[in-house]
Design a protein around this ligand. Structure first.
Ligand SMILES: [Zn+2]
Length: 217
């Protein structure tokens, strides 16, 4: 699959309007993953500098967020935008890296492919997964077999209204890394439709191979 460039709706836009409020909330684990990523790759000083750029009320939420607490989606979007402003020139795919880091944190320690967890069952659980990470949107997945060892799935997230840009961009990294952790090989993820264009849903096309031994069936 040729790597589809990030649709313009998912790219960071410095001139984007201030995000609308009231769309919903995300789990603190997603906020925490961003902060831990910055600390791990850029250090404590950079993390403090990043947090200093936020309003006092945002800083209060960014100070030790609870993993299962609910925080405004708009806080996460402001955080992602601030991270792109600070590190985007140096790390152009920083949003995808944030998503991959999030997958490592939430799945890496608990998900071992040798224990029988496979890609279809993980992707098939996206409906529950969606609710574990955010209190808005509705997720579903469909599957197709391209060849014996090449598989394809489409994860659809119905959103009304659409989440602000660049919320979907980190999803590419998240799904790619999660499918790898479930034993998928040569994983490719592309956004084929984004709610921000008025379609009402974001679609992630996921393709992966399974080894001869049949991880992921
Ligand atoms: Zn989208």
């Amino acid at each position: 699959m040729p790597t589809t460039p990030l649709p313009s709706c998912c790219r960071f836009d410095e001139n984007a309007n201030e995000e609308p409020s009231g769309i919903g909330h995300v789990r603190g684990g997603m906020i925490l993953a961003r902060l831990l990523y910055v600390r791990a790759w850029h250090g404590d000083v950079a993390l403090r500098e990043l947090v200093r750029r936020f309003s006092p009320s945002d800083q209060a939420m960014l100070d030790n967020p609870g993993v299962s607490g609910l925080y405004p989606l708009t806080l996460l979007v402001r955080l992602d935008r601030a991270i792109v402003r600070m590190f985007g020139a140096e790390v152009p795919d920083v949003l995808e890296r944030l998503g991959a880091f999030s997958a490592d944190l939430s799945l890496g320690s608990t998900l071992d492919p040798s224990l029988g967890k496979d890609v279809p069952s993980w992707l098939g659980a996206t409906r529950n997964l969606n609710l574990r990470f955010q209190d808005f949107g509705e997720a579903d997945s469909t599957f197709g077999n391209l060849q014996s060892h090449t598989h394809e799935a489409v994860v659809t997230l119905k959103y009304s209204p659409a989440p602000p840009s660049p919320y979907c961009a980190s999803g590419i990294g998240y799904f790619r890394q999660a499918v790898r952790l479930c034993g998928g090989e040569n994983v490719e993820v592309a956004i084929t439709s984004c709610a921000q264009t008025g379609t009402g849903e974001c679609r992630f096309l996921v393709r992966w191979n399974t080894s001869e031994e049949g991880h992921g069936g």
